[in-house]
Design a protein around this ligand. Structure first.
Ligand code: 3PG
Length: 421
C-alpha cells in the first residue's frame, strides 16, 4: 500500500467503527447460529476444460468463512450467467474451497429444494455446506425491490432456517437479486469482512481522490459498463475515459473506425449507446489508434485504419499503450477495470501488463479492479504500489459513481431495524 495513504488509513480505521452505518460480524454472537453467507465465487472458467482458471475470489471468501467457524455455515454464490459458457454448478468450487481450508465442505446439488433444506437443518456447529449455483433458481436472475425479493420462493423457503444473513459478495453488490436484498429484509443482516474492507477503503479513497480522474476501462460486460460510464462522467468522476478491450472495440465501431460487425450480443444497441455517449461527451473518450489482431494464432500489430473485415482484435498496439500511459502519468486519480485484451493468451497480454505498469508507477491515487487485473497485478509483483485492489468489476465502477448499491442499502436498512429493536 502506498505510503502517502497510510496516515489517513490509520485515522479511518480508528474511526470506522463510529461512522459505519452497517453491522459487521463483530456485532453478533456467532456461536451455534445457522448463518446464510452470500459470497461471490463467480470465477473465470476455462472454456475448453470447463475448470476454474482463477481462484482469487474463493481465496478472498476465506477470511469471512474462518470468522464464522463456530456457526452452522451455509455458503451461497452464483457462477456465470445462464446461457453463457461460464455458467456451471458449484461442485468445482466446493473442491477448491475444501483444499484451501483443509476442511470438509458439504456440497448439495440443490438451492431451495428439499435436499438443500434437509442439509441445512442437519448441519452441526462448525460444519460448512455449499449450495449449488444460486442462478439455477430462476428468481435469482431478476432484479427486485427488497419487499418483492423477500416474497420470492427462494427467500420464503429458506429464510426461516437461518438466524443471520451475512452479505460478503461485494462484486455483486450492484444486483438486487433475492439472495442479496431479500434475505436481509427478513433476517438480521451484517457485512462480511470483504464488504467491510471494500466500503472502508473506497470511502477513504473517495475522500482523497483528486482530479484529473482517469478511468481505464476494458473487459467484456459492455452494456453494464456503458451505463456506469455515463454516471461517472455526470458525477464528475471521469475526466478522461481510456477505452480498451471489447468496450474499446465497440466505441471504435461507433466511430466507424471498425467497419465490420464484432459479432457480440446486442451489438446494434450497444454501438448506438456508445455513439450517443461520444456525441454527448466528445472530449472525454480516447480509443485505440493501433491494435493487435490474431492471425492463425500469431500476434499481428496494425493501425486501426488498416483493419480488414473479420479481423479479431485481441489487444492494444504499442502506440496506444504509449499514448494512454502518458495520460495516466498526469492523473490525480486512476481507476483501471477490466483487461485491455485477450489477456489469458500470452501473445495478447501486452496491453494489460503495460497499462498496469503505468498505473502502478504513476503518482496518482490508484484503484485496480476485477479478477483478471488483480491476477495480472500479482504476477507482475505490483500489488504494493496500488492504493486499492478489488476483485469486483461492475459493482466497483458503480460504487465510484456515488450511487448507493442495493447491497449497501439493504445492509443499512437491516442495521437500522436491528438497532431500533
Ligand atoms: C461480477 O463478476 O461482476 C459479479 O460476479 C456479478 O456478475 P454478473 O454481472 O453476472 O451479475
Amino acid at each position: 500500500m502506498k505510503k502517502n495513504f497510510d496516515r489517513l488509513k490509520e485515522f479511518n480505521q480508528v474511526n470506522y467503527r463510529r461512522i459505519v452505518k452497517v453491522l459487521t460480524l463483530d456485532d453478533f454472537d456467532l456461536k451455534g447460529k445457522t448463518v446464510f453467507l452470500r459470497v461471490d465465487m463467480n470465477c473465470p472458467i476455462d472454456s475448453e476444460t470447463m475448470e476454474i482458471s482463477g481462484t482469487k475470489r474463493i481465496e478472498e471468501a476465506i477470511l469471512t468463512i474462518k470468522a464464522l467457524d463456530q456457526a452452522k455455515l451455509v455458503i451461497a454464490s452464483h457462477q456465470g450467467r445462464v446461457g453463457n459458457n461460464d455458467y456451471t454448478g458449484m461442485d468445482k468450487h466446493a473442491k477448491v474451497l475444501e483444499k484451501m481450508l483443509n476442511k470438509k465442505i458439504k456440497y448439495v446439488e440443490d438451492v431451495i429444494g428439499q435436499a438443500a433444506q434437509n442439509e441445512i437443518k442437519n448441519l452441526k456447529d462448525g460444519e460448512i455446506l455449499l449450495l449449488d449455483n444460486l442462478r439455477l433458481c430462476a428468481e435469482e436472475n431478476y432484479e427486485f425491490s427488497p419487499e418483492d425479493a423477500a416474497n420470492t420462493i427462494m427467500v420464503k423457503r429458506l429464510s426461516h432456517l437461518f438466524d443471520l444473513c451475512v452479505l460478503d459478495s461485494f462484486p455483486s453488490a450492484h444486483r438486487s437479486h433475492p439472495s442479496i436484498v431479500g434475505f436481509p429484509h427478513v433476517l438480521p443482516a451484517c457485512a462480511g469482512r470483504i464488504v467491510e474492507r471494500e466500503v472502508r477503503n473506497l470511502d477513504e479513497i473517495m475522500t482523497v481522490a483528486k482530479a484529473p480522474h482517469v478511468i481505464v476501462l476494458g473487459g467484456s460486460k459492455v452494456p453494464d459498463r456503458l451505463e456506469a460510464i455515463k454516471m461517472l462522467i455526470k458525477n464528475g468522476r471521469a475526466d478522461h475515459v481510456l477505452l480498451t478491450g471489447l468496450i474499446g472495440n465497440v466505441f471504435m465501431r461507433a466511430q466507424a473506425r471498425v467497419k465490420y460487425p464484432l459479432g457480440i450480443k446486442r451489438e446494434d444497441e450497444v454501438v448506438a449507446k456508445a455513439h450517443a455517449l461520444i456525441g454527448e461527451y466528445p472530449d472525454v473518450f480516447s480509443t485505440p489508434v493501433d491494435v493487435a489482431i490474431d492471425k492463425d494464432g500469431q500476434r499481428v500489430e496494425m493501425d486501426v485504419r488498416d483493419l480488414q473485415t473479420g479481423d479479431k482484435i485481441y489487444d492494444l498496439g504499442p502506440k496506444t499503450v504509449e499514448h494512454y500511459s502518458k495520460i495516466i502519468s498526469s492523473a490525480g486519480t486512476v481507476f483501471i477495470s477490466g483487461p485491455a485484451g485477450f489477456f489469458e493468451k500470452k501473445n495478447f497480454s501486452y496491453g494489460t501488463r503495460n497499462l498496469l505498469d503505468a498505473v502502478a508507477n504513476s503518482m496518482a491515487t490508484t484503484l485496480v479492479s476485477g479478477g483478471h487485473l488483480t491476477t495480472a497485478l500479482k504476477e507482475q509483483g505490483l500489488e504494493e504500489k496500488i492504493n486499492h485492489i478489488s476483485t469486483a468489476g461492475g459493482a466497483l465502477v458503480l460504487y465510484l459513481t456515488g450511487e448507493k448499491l442495493p447491497m449497501i442499502k439493504a445492509l443499512e436498512s437491516a442495521a437500522i431495524k436491528y438497532r431500533s429493536q
